[in-house]
Design a protein around this ligand. Structure first.
Ligand code: GLU
Length: 291
């Protein structure tokens, strides 16, 4: 095995659908093409959104496609101490501050500023104090000026750049309901698992600059990133249960995985078994993404 370590990190909010299967397949092919490890992480950090039984259902579905985690799956719900430790380091270094704003107040203050039509960047109301209010969430202070720009090259989407100050603002690490924010959890998890390559859906392209900035603040390595195009419904919305994703056909896994491969630009391959399919598809993937 090479030093490559990749992962598939589903949120257990429902069964796997074609969109999440495409992400799983892409991360699986990339790991195989690099002769690396592929690790499943169950992202159940968001307690309120987690659906009981969904994680086991996802693992069983992956197994139906012969995708098995090379290490025991990691569960975010068991990693509170790691998130507390990462948060503590950022806090000790002076990068974190409490925020007393409600969603409503943030929306209102954006309406009253020039930022109105730009983005929904947090305006920094609590940067210099809580103004007598109780702390609700905890935010990471992002820099101003040139230091706010984070750039990276995505292996599929090409050159990316985001100004954290104007496009995002100081972002939440610990939410008002006491839950850890996805951005902190994912960075702590990827770092601890030694993930070298992140392959996931393009809906997370916009989060990547925040994650890279957090990695820099924590002094951990930045993995390579590849974001695959999103599978959308006819209205152009990301597929989910709410937007009409139908259940995967598990009776014919070869046909279903071939469907998923088409979204990655891998056309019909004449094979009879899943394992043959993976070997051809890995070759196709390697030609494009492993120079
Ligand atoms: N849990 C996220 C999702 O299911 C993926 C996070 C990631 O791959 O970084 O959308």
């Amino acid at each position: 095995m090479s030093g490559y370590r990749g992962r598939f990190a589903p949120s257990p909010t429902g069964p796997l659908h074609i969109g999440s299967l495409v992400s799983a397949l892409a991360s699986w092919l990339d790991a195989r093409a690099h002769r690396g490890a592929w690790i499943v992480r169950i992202e159940d950090v968001d307690g309120p959104r987690t659906v009981p039984g969904a994680a086991d259902d996802i693992l069983a579905t992956l197994a139906r496609f012969h995708m098995h985690s090379d290490e025991p799956p990691a569960w975010q719900s068991q990693r509170d101490e790691a998130y507390e430790a990462a948060f503590g380091r950022l806090q000790a270094a002076g990068f974190v501050y409490p925020c007393g704003c409600t969603r409503r107040e943030i929306a209102d203050s954006l309406l009253n500023t020039h930022m109105r039509h730009a983005t929904l960047a947090y305006p920094g109301t609590c940067r210099d104090g809580l103004h007598g209010r109780a702390p609700r969430a905890w935010r990471l202070r992002v820099p101003n000026g040139v230091a706010a720009r984070v750039s990276f090259v995505d292996r599929w989407q090409g050159a990316q750049s985001q100004d954290l100050a104007t496009e995002v603002g100081d972002f939440v690490l610990k939410r008002a309901d006491g839950q850890w924010a996805y951005q902190l959890a994912v960075v702590a998890d990827d770092a601890e698992a030694g993930i070298t390559h992140v392959v996931r859906g393009a809906d997370l392209l916009d989060s990547t600059a925040r994650q890279i900035y957090l990695q820099q603040r924590l002094g951990v390595a930045t993995p390579a990133y590849l974001h695959v195009p999103l599978v959308t419904n006819d209205d152009g919305e990301k597929l989910s249960k709410q937007t009409g994703a139908t259940a995967l056909n598990l009776d014919d896994p070869l046909a279903t995985i071939s469907d998923a491969a088409r979204y990655l630009g891998i056309g019909a391959v004449a094979v009879r078994t899943l394992d043959e399919f993976y070997s051809v598809a890995t070759g196709e993937w390697a030609k494009r993404f492993c120079p």
